[in-house]
Design a protein around this ligand. Structure first.
Ligand code: M6R
Length: 613
């Protein structure tokens, strides 16, 4: 969480940093701040609230300079107020720092500072670090500023991505990474350092991704990267970012989430591009081509992820076990990282993450690696930490997802999992015809998505009719149970309406007690082998006067009679239905959130990328 950015160059730093903050705001938006070196002194403005608030304050007291740092916050330690906002300054006012991560031993460090008569002014863990750097720098006349930063970082337990400036070195910006992402952008006589590439791409395409334990020092229009502890210089590859500005802007849409829902007309096809083999009823997944035999012979696969990606993982379990008959366990990364799971050399750990930066998922990967598992990733963000620490992986290629609620990344993840399961299944001997069948459905998915988007008004009407409800229940069976979970999560996170996803048959073991005439129940009812069972579940809801919203794949008079609302997706393969039906659930959640006046792209308390534990 939190977005950080630094700039050093020849241009007006303020506008570059402010634009950068807007691009990074999806990472956290409870407060923000900016510090600029102005006539060799550090000037700063920081404000609780969104970047917009900071911009208004800066209109009254603008900052001018060509070197600066900025931060948009998702609070961990200390409430979101002006004082706790970053940048934090040391007691001399000569050093400023922005931080993304958590300094776990900040209380111990605070004690050391206290003994030196240094009192922190904020409640944050981050301020401790700038005061410690300052203490070391001012106390030791032997250490350079860079080495003082190194010395302070050696004392830190926890995760950080930091950018630091010091008024004694008006051309210098120092950044360092341990657990929180940082990208260095190399422009013409200018440098950018940010939590991700989005604020950099309009200035340069050349970037270096810092790895854990690395420090980048930019000074006098030169840079070097070194190991924080050993000081050894590290030679890094300069990557070129392949991302257009349009992809990270809303364009004609009112919200990023809406844009991303509509993007699915082409994003799912982008995920599959060059990967479907129609002739042989299989798929081609270049990223894991050398790992297929190891996966095939694995004794078990663990899928690990968080949130929406975990829901995709549950669908993946269903698919891999169905096609490839390899046992799959799906685990929340936050649980997996701390439990004594059975992991050995025959284990495959498959991590799924849109951002590729989720702290718990990264920790789960580390655990899998240490215990000898083959670690694979399914990631959306190219060059992200997860994509770099896994042994191999498959990119989802859904394009940048900026709305906090995951939409197109989810459908892309499920698409990759279908392709992976099919690949393994064909290798394990399932019939070509079986493979061809699902490929046929995948091949027409753009049309199916277009059909669903054309029925937008029908979905919106359902939202209008149910917008007063305080609770929603989502039901699905088999592969559609995770879709129910995902529908409920979407609604909760952006509309703050309480919602629960349940396997439809489990309803009678408890949740049925909640059903009355005020409770909308969204039921996934494709015409697959669960259909008759689902019909019985719908009857059960009907008998208790629940408001029935059915999502199915063809008109059915019995469903129409039982349901208050029926929403239809085009007929498709039973394993593709989770993709198309989830788009209806995304639209329903979006419209309900709008009706409630919620900030859909920046829901309260959330951030897009959860880089803290
Ligand atoms: O980037 P990741 O896929 O690792 O993120 C995992 C979750 O934080 C994420 O899916 C979250 O649940 C979304 N807000 C859901 O819409």
């Amino acid at each position: 969480m939190c977005g950080i950015i630094g700039y050093v160059g020849k241009r007006d730093g303020l506008s570059i940093l402010l634009k950068g903050l807007e691009r990074l705001e999806y990472r956290g938006y409870d407060s923000s701040g900016i510090a600029i070196l102005q006539n060799k002194t550090i000037k700063y403005v920081k404000k609780a609230g969104k970047v917009e608030e900071l911009k208004s304050s800066l209109k009254q007291s603008p900052l001018m300079g060509k070197v600066g740092i900025a931060h948009t916050r998702w609070a961990t330690h200390g409430e979101p107020n002006d004082i706790n906002s970053h940048p934090h300054l040391d007691i001399t006012g000569k050093i400023a720092l922005v931080h993304n991560g958590i300094i776990e031993n900040y209380q111990d460090l605070k004690k050391i500072l206290y003994e030196e008569n240094i009192n922190c002014v904020s409640d944050t863990d981050s301020e401790v670090l700038v005061q410690l750097i300052s203490l070391i720098y001012n106390k030791s006349n032997k250490l350079s500023f860079q080495d003082s930063v190194r010395a302070a970082l050696k004392e830190v337990v926890g995760a950080y991505g930091i950018v630091v400036i010091c008024s004694d070195f008006p051309e210098m910006v120092i950044s360092a990474r341990m657990g929180s992402p940082l990208v260095l952008g190399l422009g013409d006589d200018e440098y950018f350092i940010a939590s991700d590439a989005s604020p950099i791409i309009e200035h340069t395409r050349d970037v270096i991704y810092l790895d854990d334990g690395e420090m980048a020092v930019v000074n006098d229009n030169k840079y070097y990267i070194s190991n924080i502890n050993s000081k050894k210089i590290i030679s890094k590859v300069v990557d070129s970012i392949d991302l257009s500005i349009q992809e990270i802007e809303k364009g004609e849409f009112s919200h990023f989430m809406l844009k991303e829902i509509f993007d699915q007309k082409h994003s799912i096809t982008d995920t599959m591009r060059g990967r479907l083999n129609f002739k042989d009823g299989t798929t081609f997944l270049g990223g894991i081509i050398d790992q297929i035999e190891s996966i095939k012979s694995a004794s078990r696969i663990y899928i690990t992820a968080c949130g929406t990606s975990w829901h995709a993982g549950l669908i993946g379990k269903h698919l891999i076990e169905y096609y490839a008959r390899i046992p799959v366990h799906v685990e929340y990364a936050s649980e997996f990282r701390y439990r004594n799971a059975i992991i050995d050399n025959d284990t495959v750990l498959l991590a799924i993450s849109q951002s590729g930066e989720t702290a718990d998922t990264l920790a789960a990967i580390k655990k899998g690696k240490n215990k000898g598992a083959l670690v694979l990733g399914i990631c959306n963000v190219v060059g992200s930490s997860i994509s770099r620490v896994t042994d191999a992986g498959i990119y989802t290629h859904a394009g940048p997802e900026i709305g906090v609620a995951s939409t197109k990344a989810f459908t892309a993840q499920v698409t990759v999992l279908i392709m992976l399961a099919l690949k393994l299944g064909r290798k394990m001997g399932i019939a070509k015809t079986k493979g061809k069948k699902i490929i046929q459905s995948l091949n027409k998915i753009s049309k199916d998505v277009a059909y669903i988007l054309n029925s937008y008004e029908d979905i919106k009407k359902v939202a209008e009719k149910t917008s007063k409800a305080e609770n929603f229940l989502y039901l699905g069976r088999g592969i559609n149970f995770p879709v129910a979970l995902e529908g409920a999560l979407k609604l909760k996170e952006i509309s703050y309406i309480h919602a629960e996803g349940y396997p439809a048959a489990e309803m009678k073991h408890g949740p049925i007690a909640l059903i009355d005439e005020k409770m909308p129940v969204v039921i996934l009812a494709p015409h697959d082998n669960t259909f008759l069972k689902i019909l019985s579940n719908i009857q059960e809801v009907k008998s208790r006067k629940g408001i029935i919203i059915t999502i199915t794949d063809r008109p059915n008079s019995e469903l129409t009679n039982l349901s208050d609302y029926v929403l239809i997706v085009p007929k498709t393969h039973q394993h593709v239905f989770p993709i198309t039906s989830s788009i209806i659930l995304q639209i329903l959640a979006f419209e309900l959130a709008l009706l409630k006046g919620c900030n859909v792209d920046k829901p309260r308390n959330l951030a897009k990328s959860v880089t803290v534990e």
